[in-house]
Design a protein around this ligand. Structure first.
Ligand SMILES: [Zn+2]
Length: 371
């Protein structure tokens, strides 16, 4: 093993006989390896955005909630989500110390949160998951309009079918596969035999842990990795959702399992970027959530505490600063302006637009945790 191969920790320490029936401690004990740390690239040319639905900042930074998981091993935050923590060390993590990272609301549910992330504007008129097709340009619209892109260079691969309505104002030129059947251009996901198999098996499979046309993350995540490797997109949005589905069922062990799997997906996407040469070096991987959870854990939406989320990013022009204390409250609407700045796109002059997140752009780090 070469010295730069960062072996992530904790999985092997789990006991198999814990009180939980979940898979948290039954994930493979082989260490997950992330790509070698790279010198800061001169620019961000590509973006991989990963959203993990309804994951609380409490688990990301505090680990397993002891009040809900008596005696569960793997309780430490870095052991629960080793890849997200490794990514934060290679780049920037915000949402723990200092000002919080929040969804703007007024209702802290998925579709408004995703619309806020991808458009860079808070959307007070969208207050539930039935608010229709997005009515404002998104980052994908802007990238398609401003650049000579090949088909397949903009893609959205999502477990939840309604993300098809939050992706782009104009679906032409954007490859979207959301849920088991929704999305324009989903046939373009047949980039390999494995991808075609995943697309078909996902379409035939059951929605559980979701409902309706939901496609479980076990199809969405490897499909996204296949697509990334084959197409090297300029912008890829991977939207995972099992965490929120288990949480709504009140299944904390299932939620943790899904979070562990999502964390592993983040590590695998980073690993894939490490295999893709200059493309990978010029790609920023950014990970966040659409909303948090109420104190009840199973719910969110009305409760103000469910506004709080988190943000981790690394690669491309993102500085290597570790966990940072945000000076000002970061809103989900600030993510797209930050990506615009990283990609060299003009700022959104709309008065509802967010502002770039200084902590992801400043070269001078204010490191408060550096392991
Ligand atoms: Zn939900």
């Amino acid at each position: 093993m070469k010295p730069w191969m960062a072996v992530l920790v904790g999985v092997g320490a789990c006991g198999a006989g814990g009180p939980f029936r979940g898979d948290v401690c039954r994930l493979p004990s082989a260490p997950v390896v992330v790509a070698p740390p790279r010198e800061r690239a001169p620019r961000t040319r590509n973006v991989v955005l990963v959203t993990i639905d309804g994951v609380r900042w409490q688990e990301l930074f505090g680990g397993v909630d002891a009040a809900r998981a008596h005696g569960l091993p793997c309780g430490d935050a870095a052991a629960l989500t080793p890849n997200l923590h490794a990514l934060g060390r290679l780049g920037v993590a915000v949402g723990n110390h200092g000002a919080p990272v929040v969804s703007s609301g007024p209702k802290f549910v998925s579709l408004p949160g995703y619309r806020e992330i991808i458009s860079g504007r808070a959307d007070a008129a969208c207050t539930d998951n039935d608010c229709g097709d997005i009515d404002r340009p998104t980052l994908l619209d802007e990238l398609r309009a401003g650049q000579a892109l090949q088909p397949g260079e903009l893609a959205v691969i999502a477990s939840w079918e309604k993300i098809a309505r939050a992706s782009a104002l104009e679906s032409r030129g954007v490859t979207v596969s959301a849920g088991r059947h929704a999305g324009a251009g989903r046939e373009r996901l047949r980039v390999s035999a494995r991808a075609a198999q995943l697309l078909d098996e996902g379409a035939r499979g059951k929605a559980r842990p979701g409902y309706g046309d939901y496609r479980p993350d076990r199809f969405t995540a490897p499909l996204a990795r296949e697509y990334l490797r084959a197409e090297r997109p300029r912008f890829l949005w991977v939207a995972l959702g099992d965490t929120d589905e288990y949480a709504h069922r009140g299944d904390y062990a299932g939620y943790l399992d899904a979070l562990r799997s999502a964390d592993r997906t983040v590590g695998e996407l980073w690993e894939t970027l490490g295999e893709l040469g200059r493309y990978g070096e010029e790609t920023t991987l950014i990970v966040t959530a659409d909303h948090g959870r109420a104190d009840s854990f199973t719910d969110h939406g009305e409760a103000p505490e469910s506004s709080r989320v988190w943000l981790v990013a690394a690669g491309g022009a993102v500085p290597r600063a570790g966990e940072r204390e945000a000076a000002h409250t970061v809103h989900l609407a600030d993510i797209a302006p930050t990506l615009r700045a990283l990609l060299g796109l003009p700022a959104d002059e709309n008065r509802d637009a967010g502002t770039p997140i200084a902590e992801l752009l400043e070269p001078a780090p204010a490191v408060i945790v550096s392991r």
